[in-house]
Write a protein that binds this ligand. Structure first.
Ligand code: ADP
Ligand code: ADP
Length: 233
């Protein structure tokens, strides 16, 4: 089975005469370990498709499955990273990364072993993301690039099968973005996760993706899919 299976997906926003179609007849299969980029002009439905895969948007027609399980809400198998880092401002870097996982555990009865494993995982991710020297800093003390590293580490805490990224580097300057591109490729290879990465930047899509899914608007649909021989893998 593919990691992500989407068939005949139609998605609408609004009610009655305001109802508009945002996605039309989307079919897409993503294999385990693939790095797929979704590219297209602003407003073509990239975010909508990603959020629907993430379980943040309802859909009324078609099927979406992750590991063969129907998607009907968010789950730890699909972690999301957004352009805005949305960290807890009153928690340190380490706490932001650990705390999120703890909240997950709390819902299913935390044991002390769980906490230890979570701490170990957090420390490993802090090192991997180059955050050791700011582990005790607060988000407001960090640059945008460093804050996004924290958000990515936090997303990886749950060992998601799929990492869903919505223009994660869109707010960063060109130089920082290049550093982040190398970092995300490194993380992807090491963690062996499946990545779906949304961007409106064609260059970024081709640089990062093994497969580039090109979307077109009115309503959003897949225009073409391009294989990139020298993509992230
Ligand atoms: P992209 O990510 O490619 O910029 P979006 O998925 O954000 O595109 O938006 C696709 C279309 O759906 C746009 O026309 C947008 O205005 C519309 N849209 C997105 N979110 C909503 C919403 N919550 N309610 C109504 N329309 C929306
Ligand atoms: P992005 O395209 O990066 O998702 P936007 O600025 O287009 O960012 O959208 C930000 C938020 O506003 C999203 O939650 C989106 O669903 C919502 N949104 C976008 N377009 C509309 C719209 N036409 N009506 C209502 N909500 C919208």
């Amino acid at each position: 089975t593919p990691k992500i299976h989407i068939a005949g997906l139609n998605k609408y926003y609004g009610q009655g005469h305001r109802r508009t179609q945002a996605l039309r007849n989307v079919d897409l299969e993503i294999a385990a370990g693939e790095f797929v980029t979704l590219v297209g002009a602003s407003g073509c439905g990239k975010s909508t498709l990603l959020r629907t895969i993430g379980g943040l948007e309802e859909y009324e027609e078609g099927d979406i499955a992750c590991n063969g399980n129907i998607v009907d809400g968010p789950g730890p198998d699909r972690a999301m990273v957004f352009q805005s880092y949305s960290l807890y401002p009153w928690l340190t870097v380490t706490e932001n990364i650990r705390f999120c996982r703890k909240l997950e555990f709390h819902r299913r009865n935390l044991t002390s072993t769980d906490v230890e494993i979570a701490s170990g995982r957090a420390d490993a991710l802090i090192a991997l993301m180059g955050l050791s020297h700011v582990a005790d800093a607060y988000p407001a003390e960090l640059s945008g690039g460093m804050q996004q590293r924290v958000a990515i580490a936090r997303a990886l805490m749950v060992r998601p099968d799929v990492l869903l990224m919505d223009e994660p580097f869109g707010a960063l300057d060109a130089q920082t973005r290049e550093v982040m591109h190398d970092l995300i490729r490194h993380v992807y290879l090491l963690e062996k996760t499946t990545v779906v990465f949304v961007t409106h930047d064609v260059e970024e899509a081709i640089y990062l993706g093994q497969r580039v899914v090109v979307m077109a608007p009115h309503p959003g649909h897949i225009d073409s899919i391009v294989e990139v021989p020298f993509g992230a893998g």
